[in-house]
Structure formats: structure tokens, C-alpha cells
Ligand binder design. Structure first.
Ligand code: NAI
Length: 412
């Protein structure tokens, strides 16, 4: 396994230092004994913050194995440190082939998990197709991201899901902050690293105005860009307008775009028809879960050649004489070229993950084979812990106020 062991250990220590909520619940989970002896198979981006979640579960008594949920999102230094310094088995490397990616998921599944922690639902899908012998032992799973939840809902519609899944993504303490502020900041971390180009004064087009798109749009504006949003949902489009952004169909927006950043969870956001009219030297980046938002097939169809002009930047020479640049092979740019979300953000998301693993361990007997919303009390507990680590207190309802807001007959 390649990597810089010392750097990996330091990066993990830095993340741990900035993940204070997880530190506070570590003791709670440990003393509950809920995860003692549980085997946990994880498929998440193998980087420092994920490392701290995996170590937290291990310290709580679980046997943990970790693979990546994306071939280009492993931090090899961290992966090495987890294996060699912390004795936590990882099966992941930056730049793994499709075959290696699935082999690694399989190796992690060989632990015969009680619980799966997934990001994008590739591992959950695998146990329902190729590794069905594992189903009997699995008490449940957590899913981290929007795309994974969309896939799981399709499984529920077809009555295919064989164990309960906690919808970590839709916990408020996850998507309010991770998808919006985390993706907003880390998308530009990735774009800066990949390009070293200016954002101010540029036309930046954001595909999708969901949680991630909103975060990216606000960061782009903060950096001085002129921002245009594309949407298919009229309410989201209206929200983008009222937030002060231009709204256009992609076919119009591409004509002036210096950067296009997709974050929809859908496919073909930039495809054949767009490449025919796209602005010369436009940079294409994606922050959605899969690498099909910017169609690489369409890029191949419309270009006469391509070359790597800088690490993470591929130049496509289009047949119409223009050039475009694809960043990070069209995969999550914040993880391919950047360092992922800030540690304080992942502290909250992974606090939800850890609490949901404990919840599954304690409650699985009463759960059905469907997708569960994270209980409101867990969200609130994590929010209070987050505020307390910052030394911030908030107001409480007085008994009189409580009575007032719960009554219907007291008016002015
Ligand atoms: P969301 O559901 O809140 O937003 C997606 C938006 O895209 C919606 O407003 C939808 O109407 C719009 N959309 C769908 N198809 C479209 C199309 N063809 N053209 C234009 N707009 C379209 O989802 P969220 O949470 O913003 O996630 C988006 C993607 O980002 C998902 O794949 C998710 O898994 C991924 N994600 C990536 C992260 C990262 O670290 N890069 C972090 C969190 C989520």
C-alpha cells in the first residue's frame, strides 16, 4: 500500500482535533455497549474525517472494515495510517479501476457485516444482487447521500430492500450543513487546486439548485462570480431567482459559461446539444455523486482529441474548433482534487452516522425493511452538542410561553 504514513497520522490527528461532537458521543456509544462485537462494513470516501468515524466505531467495540465509495476519493496517506498505525483494515486506493473498486467493496463485505454504512448505495445494492448470502446477518444500514436515498426509494417501491436503512442524509444536522456549506466550500477547494484560475468576474453556471447547488451558488457569488442556475423544478428555480441568481435553461446558459458545475444527482446535465454551442474554453466540473452529470460519452463523440494539460484537468478539442476542460474526470471535484468537506461539517454528519449505527443496534428488532427518517431527538441532541462545543447557549421557552404556543384560544 502506497502513501506517506506520517502525513496520514497527522491528517487524522488534525481531523480528530476538529471533530468535537463525535468526541462527545464516543463515550456515550462506548458505555452503551450497543456496538460491542458488531461487524461494520463501511463504503465512504476514505479520507481523514471518515477515518475518525471508523476509529470511533472501533473504539466503541465494533470490528470495522472500510472501502471507498468512489474510485477517485481515497487519501492514500490516511488509508495507510488507518491500516498500519491504527490496525483498521481498509481496501481502497486513489485511482482504482472499476474492477478494483468492486473487488474492494467485496473484500470489505467479507467481514460478514451486521451493519453497513454506505455512501451512494453501491455496497447495499451489491448485497442485494451478488452477495445475497450476507443478507440474513445484516440488521440494517445507514445511507449518507441524496443519490443513495433516491436509489433506496426505488428499491422500496419494488419491495426489493431486505433490511432497514437509516436516511442519514435527510437528518437536518446532515444536509442543512454538509450538502450546503460543505459542498459549497469544498467544491471550490477542488476547483482552485485543479485550475489555479480566478472565479471573480467569471460566468459560473450551476446545474441544480438543491442543497448542494445552493451552497455552491452562494460561494460562487461570494467569490465575485456572475451566477446562473439551471433547474427542472419550478419552485427551486423561483427560489434561485429570489436569491438573486439568473435562471436559464442549460442550452442558453452554456453559451456564456466560463465554468459549469453540476450538482443534480441526475445524468446528462451537459451533453451533446450543449457541447455544440458551449463557450470556448469552458471548464466543466461536477459535485454530484456519480460521474454521469457531465456526459463523458458526449465529450468523446464531439471531440477530435483530448490531453491532460494539468493534474485533474483534461482538455477536449471539439470538432467545432472550440476547447473545453473536464475537471477531475467528471467525478466529485471536491474529493478528487480537493480535501472533501471541512472537518467541522463532517463532525456533524458523522455524529449522525455514529448515533444511527447505535440506534440500529438497539432497535433493529422493531424496524421494517424500509428507509427510516432519523429520529428528531437525535438531530436535536447533535445540534445541542455542537452549540455546546462552541460555548453557545440559546433561549428556553418560559412555562408561560410554552402554554401560549400550545394553546389555540389565547390571541392578542
Ligand atoms: P437535491 O435533491 O437537494 O437537489 C438536486 C437538485 O437538482 C433539485 O433541485 C432538482 O430539481 C435538480 N435537478 C434534477 N435534475 C436536474 C436537471 N436535469 N437539470 C437541472 N436541475 C436538475 O440533492 P442534493 O442534496 O443537492 O445532492 C445533489 C447531488 O450531490 C447528489 O448526487 C448527492 O448525492 C450529491 N452530494 C455530493 C456531495 C459532495 O460532497 N460532492 C455532498 C452531498 C451530496
Amino acid at each position: 500500500m502506497n502513501g506517506d504514513l506520517d502525513e496520514g497520522i497527522k491528517r487524522l490527528a488534525w481531523a480528530r482535533e476538529h471533530m468535537e461532537v463525535l468526541a462527545k458521543i464516543r463515550e456515550d456509544i462506548k458505555s452503551s455497549g450497543a456496538l460491542e462485537g458488531k461487524r461494520i462494513a463501511m463504503a465512504l470516501h476514505v479520507e481523514a474525517k471518515t477515518g475518525i468515524l471508523a476509529l470511533t466505531l472501533k473504539e466503541a467495540g465494533a470490528d470495522v472494515r472500510l472501502a471507498s465509495c468512489n474510485p477517485l476519493s481515497t487519501d492514500n496517506d490516511v488509508s495507510l495510517a488507518l491500516n498500519e498505525h491504527f490496525g483498521l483494515e481498509t481496501h481502497a486506493k486513489y485511482g482504482e479501476s472499476r474492477e478494483e473498486y468492486y473487488n474492494n467493496l467485496n473484500s470489505v463485505l467479507d467481514i460478514k457485516p451486521d451493519i453497513i454504512i454506505d455512501d451512494g448505495t453501491d455496497m447495499i445494492s451489491m448485497v442485494h444482487t451478488d452477495r445475497t448470502e450476507l443478507l440474513d446477518n445484516i440488521i440494517g444500514a445507514n445511507e449518507e447521500t441524496t443519490t443513495g436515498i433516491v436509489r433506496l426509494q426505488a428499491m422500496v417501491r419494488e419491495s426489493a430492500l431486505k433490511f432497514p436503512v437509516m436516511d442519514v442524509n435527510n437528518a437536518k444536522m446532515k444536509h442543512f450543513f454538509d450538502n450546503r456549506y460543505g459542498t459549497g466550500q469544498s467544491t471550490f477547494d477542488g476547483i482552485f487546486t485543479a485550475t489555479n484560475l480566478l472565479i471573480a468576474g467569471k460566468n459560473v453556471v450551476i446545474g441544480g439548485y438543491g442543497w448542494c447547488g445552493r451552497g455552491i451558488a452562494f460561494k460562487a457569488r461570494g467569490l465575485g462570480a456572475r451566477v446562473t442556475v439551471t433547474e427542472i423544478d419550478a419552485v427551486k428555480a423561483t427560489e434561485a431567482l429570489l436569491d438573486g441568481f439568473d435562471v436559464k435553461p442549460m442550452l442558453e446558459a452554456v453559451r456564456d459559461a466560463d465554468f459549469i458545475i453540476s450538482a443534480t444527482g441526475c445524468k446528462d446535465i451537459v451533453t451533446d446539444e450543449h457541447l455544440q454551442v458551449i463557450k470556448d474554453r469552458c471548464l466543466l466540473a461536477n459535485s454530484g455523486h456519480f460521474d454521469n452529470e457531465i456526459s463523458k460519452e458526449a465529450l468523446a463523440r464531439h471531440s477530435t482529441g483530448k490531453k491532460v494539460v494539468r493534474r485533474f484537468v483534461e482538455e477536449f478539442q471539439l470538432k467545432n474548433g472550440k476547447k473545453v476542460y473536464l475537471l477531475g474526470d467528471g467525478r466529485l471535484i471536491n474529493l478528487v482534487a480537493g480535501q472533501g468537506h471541512p472537518a467541522e461539517i463532517m463532525d456533524m454528519s458523522f455524529a449522525v452516522q455514529a448515533m444511527c449505527a447505535k440506534y440500529l443496534a438497539l432497535n433493529h428488532d422493531n424496524l421494517e425493511n424500509r428507509v427510516y427518517t432519523v429520529p428528531k431527538e437525535l438531530d436535536e441532541q447533535i445540534a445541542r452538542l455542537r452549540l455546546s462545543t462552541l460555548g453557545i447557549t440559546i433561549d428556553k421557552l418560559s412555562p408561560d410561553q410554552e402554554k401560549y404556543i400550545n394553546s389555540w384560544h389565547e390571541g392578542t
